[in-house]
Design a protein around this ligand. Sequence first.
Ligand SMILES: NC(=O)c1ccc[n+]([C@@H]2O[C@H](COP(=O)([O-])OP(=O)(O)OC[C@H]3O[C@@H](n4cnc5c(N)ncnc54)[C@H](O)[C@@H]3O)[C@@H](O)[C@H]2O)c1
Length: 435
Amino acid sequence: MTEVLAATQAFDERIRTRTARVGIVGLGYAGLPLAMAFAEAGFDVTGIDLNAERVRAVTERRPYLVDVPAERYEVLDGELRATAEYAAVADLDALTICVPTPLSKTRTPDISYVVSAAESVAANLRPGQLIVLQSTTYPGTTAEIVLPILERTGGTAGEDFFVGYAPERVDPGNKRFTIRTTPKLVAGVTDECRRRTELLYRQIVDEVVPVSSPIVAETAKLHENTFRAVNIALANELALMCDKLGISAWEVIEAAATKPFAFLPHYPGPGLGGDCIPVVPQFLAARVREYGYSPQLIDAAHEINTRMPSYVVQKVTDALNEGALPVKGSRLLLLGMAYKADVHDIRESPSLEVMRLLLARGADVRYCDPWVPELELDGALHRSVAWTRDEVAGADCVVVLTQHREFLDEPLWDAARCTVDARNVVPAGPNVHRI
Ligand SMILES: NC(=O)c1ccc[n+]([C@@H]2O[C@H](COP(=O)([O-])OP(=O)(O)OC[C@H]3O[C@@H](n4cnc5c(N)ncnc54)[C@H](O)[C@@H]3O)[C@@H](O)[C@H]2O)c1
């Protein structure tokens, strides 16, 4: 048996018997659930994160994400440890990079975290390791950025080490689709890289779908999120148009959704939030612009979606006006600052922009969000008020921005003098205004 074959078989054996040591770089919304999934499957897992507080939290088994509550820490089959030291890489058989990929101020992809993580991994690389990038990123990143950094160590991908891409598809808070039940796309920079990446993910995911190259997997991920951004923009534009027609966009969508084929309902809202849907289409757009292509649909969707907070503010202004009240000085209660229901995440949340615009108009703005006890906006600290009848009754206008279950389980809508509902959860009434 050749040395290469023996090494390949040994790697496969360690993965199949779950004796392989797996590393996760970046213990955030994407990385921590993945680390848990490997540890639950019996692997010995090391999380590497530069954030000392997250390292401490994992070490002390303290929950900090909605998808990883305390109970999950208690039933691990394998080991889960965390460190800020990249020296730990040397002990690993396979590792996945899940670091952030935000947009810069000019809305171009910032892959500095990926570069920094890849460089730190490269400095500790040892023969036979599998490195998988899982961060969402622009087409070409794995082959053009990560691979050359690892190759600078002198080795060759597919022989001395292995490089794959496996895009993250997590939907935080979604109980139906977990890591195990969400099909996983995988790709490698060589056939053997893909085969090893596929083998790794088969241990924790029911359906693994190999594709021909990392750039296909990268672009597929971007297309998934762009599909959503564009369809939400379509629903938002429908809301803007139905407003002109004097009809309910919600009723129109429900009517259209009775068609059993070729229609997938999407709904209007106060705008896009989270670090994925508003951000990810820009990765694709930025890349194709380099080739002189102008992505018109992505640009139009972005424009419509980013207009929605102003539209909500216009609705609030109109609603107050009906009661002969100005925005300035009116007491407003914003419900839900997280970007979607039942999560803590306020990244890119359109509720923040609604709040900012109303504060700029001199409104007396309070917010209630059981998931976001406090937040900082433009240097000022705001604290959530409690979800009580008095708070609702005390507001000149209640603005529903995120439909957290706490609001739905204990509805207090009848106490409101006036409501602007961006989520279609408040029963119709004379002073209820829907977007
Ligand atoms: N949040 C989601 O729902 C979601 C969904 C799909 C895809 N993604 C993608 O997954 C990737 C990670 O996103 P996230 O939401 O988990 O981010 P996050 O900010 O929650 O977590 C990232 C973690 O990486 C750590 N980190 C940053 N640089 C590091 C470095 N050089 N070395 C080690 N650790 C480092 C940070 O301290 C942080 O804890 C992004 O590309 C994102 O687009 C996220």
